[in-house]
Design a protein around this ligand. Structure first.
Ligand SMILES: *[C@@H]1O[C@H](CO)[C@@H](O)[C@H](O)[C@H]1NC(C)=O
Ligand SMILES: *[C@@H]1O[C@H](CO)[C@@H](O)[C@H](O)[C@H]1NC(C)=O
Ligand SMILES: *[C@@H]1O[C@H](CO)[C@@H](O)[C@H](O)[C@H]1NC(C)=O
Ligand SMILES: *[C@@H]1O[C@H](CO)[C@@H](O)[C@H](O)[C@H]1NC(C)=O
Ligand SMILES: *[C@@H]1O[C@H](CO)[C@@H](O)[C@H](O)[C@H]1NC(C)=O
Ligand SMILES: *[C@@H]1O[C@H](CO)[C@@H](O)[C@H](O)[C@H]1NC(C)=O
Length: 494
């Protein structure tokens, strides 16, 4: 049997001309219903296509991104290296310039004879972040939907009526049509055994602005929309943990509200509900486009030979904690959906609650496709062009209860006064633990653990929403010391 790849991912829109924050799909998907859902307060989600994919996939219910921002998260996933190795923490640097000339997932498949085709948002777009989509990764020129009219910054969300989108299709509609055409083009050579393919489809939604086809709004009647049940910042949260959601506040309709973004001030209930409803609608709209691509795979008779991976590049706060967007180390920002369909191996659906990381996708796809495995990166891998700082998740296909990691790691930078600070966080099955040390970018990219700007410790067993920071509680002294040492020792020892 032959394996091809299609790589549908949900993402964010970072307009081609604007440099903004981006990307945004939390596990707000039917398949995640239960304790792994990002909020206990939500309407029934309508995501039939992603749910169908989940039913035949390895569904990674506890997968965590390495940084809750597009470019850092994608650079990390695509190279299987963490932000302190890629040196990518923002939207304006390119890992090949500041990290090293690392081999990416599509590049590796290309080197192994695959036809690699990319479209939409896979790398963070633009000259600065990726030399325009990392040309070396692709066999043919990269595709972007040339349609700008829906990118303006006046409205944080818009439901587009049929009469309008039929005249002027939304960018992700153009992308789905292109994906269908590409599959038709690459199918014959793949089926005849001449050349397998790796097709990457990067949908932009549900990223801000939440723009979607109007009919999806009807799936979420206003009466079903609720406010989050934790509209306040965690008790005893250090200020450094907070993001003032300036990105959302930069949209015209939101800017007019004069919200300060300060801790414990959020929007009026009607605004919160409108945004939540629009986000759900944008998720369902994206689900329909994924369905269109999956259907074509089926029509072409490729579904049983094609490995499909699906992921969002990080989570999003939808008013939980009174917080919005990502840009933080909270669970809702770093927890994102990921699933992989491997024909024959996962057809009956495998659900795992084991802790996994986005750096694990590269070695997993490589093993699933039977390519030569990636070596573990050395301590300094600047000059090592091919290696991984993750591990293959294939053992979970055989045994989804196998604990692979004691803890998983993410990080987020801040500036306090003139001091660069890096929030390092880890998640064990029971706790989230975060320290915010001073951070020296030049020349060593290392934290100074002796200069902390804040500590957080959340007990997920009885506080999955992270509403109480126990870092300073006497009864948590022992567990805090254990978690602190786990954090300082880092991912290699977990
Ligand atoms: C990066 O590596 C590729 C091969 O993987 C090579 O073609 C390219 O020239 C290298 N670029 C730099 C700047 O070294
Ligand atoms: C935010 O509100 C919570 C809940 O009322 C409170 O415990 C916390 O101290 C407040 N934080 C700040 C910085 O005001
Ligand atoms: C909000 O945070 C951003 C950085 O994330 C900062 O540049 C900006 O000054 C902050 N705005 C306010 C009003 O504090
Ligand atoms: C926001 O501030 C502007 C300028 O001060 C003011 O004209 C407007 O009425 C304010 N809007 C709200 C909703 O408070
Ligand atoms: C694909 O696999 C599914 C499940 O194993 C099976 O029901 C279906 O008939 C297969 N389709 C083709 C075209 O082989
Ligand atoms: C975390 O919460 C669980 C459930 O309430 C409790 O059993 C456990 O002792 C708590 N952890 C600590 C360190 O107190």
């Amino acid at each position: 049997m032959q394996h091809y790849h299609i790589w549908v991912n949900i993402i964010c829109l970072c307009g081609r001309t604007q440099i903004t924050r981006c990307a945004d799909m939390r596990p707000q998907i039917g398949a995640y219903e239960g304790p792994d859902f990002p909020s206990p307060v939500h309407p029934k989600m309508y995501t039939p296509n992603i749910d169908a994919l989940a039913k035949k996939s390895l569904l990674l219910k506890k997968a965590f991104v390495q940084q809750a921002l597009c470019n850092p998260s994608r650079s990390s996933l695509l190279t299987s290296r963490r932000p302190d190795t890629t040196h990518i923490y923002d939207l304006i640097h390119y890992f090949r310039r500041v990290g090293g000339n690392f081999t990416t997932i599509p590049q590796y498949f290309k080197q192994n004879g695959y036809m690699t085709v990319g479209m939409g948002k896979i790398f963070h777009p633009g000259e600065a972040a990726s030399d325009n989509d990392d040309p070396i990764s692709w066999s043919v020129p990269y595709f972007h939907a040339k349609s700008a009219p829906y990118f303006e910054k006046e409205h944080s969300w818009m439901a587009i009526p049929r009469s309008e989108y039929e005249q002027k299709p939304l960018p992700d509609m153009i992308l789905a049509d292109n994906a269908v055409r590409v599959l038709q083009t690459v199918a014959p050579a793949a089926k005849s055994g001449q050349q397998p393919f790796f097709v990457a489809v990067g949908f932009h939604k549900p990223h801000l602005p939440f723009v979607f086809r109007e009919e999806f709004l009807d799936l979420y009647p206003m009466k079903d929309i609720q406010l989050p049940d934790n509209e306040y910042a965690p008790v005893n949260m250090p200020d450094v943990a907070w993001y003032n959601f300036s990105y959302l506040r930069s949209y015209g309709d939101i800017s007019k509200l004069n919200a300060s973004g300060e801790i414990n001030t959020t929007f009026a209930p009607s605004v919160v509900k409108d945004l939540r409803r629009a986000y759900y609608s944008a998720v369902s709209y994206t689900d329909s486009l994924i369905g269109q691509v999956m259907q074509e795979l089926d029509n072409l008779g490729l579904a049983n030979n094609t490995i499909v991976s699906f992921w969002g590049d990080h989570g999003w706060e939808l008013g939980e904690h009174g917080e919005w967007c990502k840009h933080s180390n909270f669970e809702n920002a770093v927890h994102a959906p990921m699933m992989i369909h491997i024909p024959d191996s996962t057809d009956n659906g495998i659900i795992t609650e084991q802790l996994t990381e986005f750096v694990d996708l590269f070695p997993t796809l490589v093993e699933a496709a039977g390519l030569k495995p990636l070596p573990l990166c050395p301590e300094d891998s600047t000059k090592t062009i091919l290696c991984t700082e993750g591990q293959s998740l294939m053992p979970l296909v055989t045994n989804p209860n196998l604990p692979l990691k004691k803890a998983v790691f993410s990080q987020y930078p801040r500036t306090v006064g003139n001091q660069a600070v890096m929030g390092y966080t880890l998640r064990t099955q029971q706790y989230r633990y975060t320290e915010w040390p001073a951070f020296n970018k030049s020349p060593i990219y290392k934290p100074d653990w002796s200069r902390l700007y804040g500590i957080e410790l959340y007990n997920h067993t009885d506080d999955p929403e992270e509403n109480y920071n126990h870092a300073y509680d006497v009864s948590y002294v022992k567990i805090r010391a254990m978690l602190s040492s786990l954090l300082h020792n880092g991912w290699r020892h977990s």
